[in-house]
Design a protein around this ligand. Sequence first.
Ligand code: AMP
Length: 470
Amino acid sequence: MSFDQFALHARVIKGVQAVGYTEPTPIQEQAIPAVMAGRDVLGLAQTGTGKTAAFALPILHRLMDGPRNKTRALVVAPTRELAEQINDSFKDLGQATGIRSATVYGGVGMNPQIQALRRGTEVIVACPGRLLDLMQQGFGDFRNLEVLVLDEADHMFDMGFLPDIRKLLAQLPTARQSLLFSATMPHDVRYLVDETLRDPVTVRVTTGTAPVETVDHVLYPVEAHLKTDLLDALLRDWDARRVLVFTRTKHRAKRLAEQLDRRGFFTANIQGNLSQRKRQDALEGFRRGDVHVLVATDIAARGIDVSMVSHVVNYDVPDTEEAYTHRIGRTGRARMEGDAVTFVTSADRDMIRRIERSVGETIPEVRHDAFDYSVSAPRHLDAEAKRFERGGSPNTGRGGARGGSRGGGGGGGGRRDRPSVGSGTGGRARPQAGSGGSRPSPAHVDGGEGAGGGPKRRRRRRGGSGGASD
Ligand code: AMP
């Protein structure tokens, strides 16, 4: 099956060719004809399925006819990152169409956004809060709006945007085509569907919260204080150029990124405390391949479009089954293969059972054979790490992020040579017997989970096999 079957405008097809898509993904096969036929669509699809092009292509096709310099399509997304990603897709796919698109979201200057609205940019991709702000100030003319897309509706609901969306809907023309995409269909999203869509065609590529099929899931049982060491060992085993690591809090994302950076991995973090510029720098670095390991929180990672993420590591188990699906939706994208690795402490067992029920399978447990699981916990676990060990809820506000300790004097503070993680295997090292033997030598432990008392280090008490062999 090819894109020719859709009879998309020749200039839109040019964009498809330019980005190198040869075959539509299942969501595209189902959604593109329905959208082109002018139907409202409910798309049950998660990130990684090609859902952005599933709405961007037919919208570009539609906009080829009719007036320019009027805003005719509005895409509403929960995060700035997702908005940027969607905007990029419109620009890439629409590169031969002359159709313009622009983003509108908070945290950055308003002027360029006001200009884009004033110019009547044909496609506006917006987060709800800033768009409403600007509309209340009298900017944006949506009288010519033909298509509305609500993307990642479940996230918008999670993030409390529903009241904003309702206010927005009240100000848009009712005679329009509406498309709503969501990975899951909780009760409130169902409500929004009923309010927004008219006689929709439902397209779905997975049912419920089932994650993408090309992903292999494994659990690594590990004590909380050994998580960083285990991650270090795994990163060295893999051909780890594109690893996305999730933590539950901003503080932990920052700290883990610092720890990995000190150990010599090209690492960046992306979390809500960073400025928009820093977040974008981190994402760009990851996209370009300068950053091999990106440590993220759930919210900050939403909408990351990084094709070819090879490994997603749940350093901390997610809070919900849906969050698990969203996290691993970032690997195995568009039919590539990926690994989803979840670190599990004894406190996480209930959540794992729920995830397994939603995945519909028992996720295999593996041990890293060359890893020393016997190292006991440091005495000074900080308060947050202790809460985690007990399975308590994370606290983002406290806990001494002894950030900036990089380069601190003493053993290992200086930047060592970056570990050569490219093994040339071109594939994914399977965690199996005999897969180890790639311990760096000698590694340092940054106080494990709770680096109490500053950047205190202790030597790893491991046999260690010496030079990194993988
Ligand atoms: P999305 O689910 O929209 O976030 O897309 C996931 C990834 O798949 C993005 O990197 C897209 O560029 C890519 N993609 C979308 N459609 C196709 C296609 N038909 N063939 C290959 N890659 C695609």
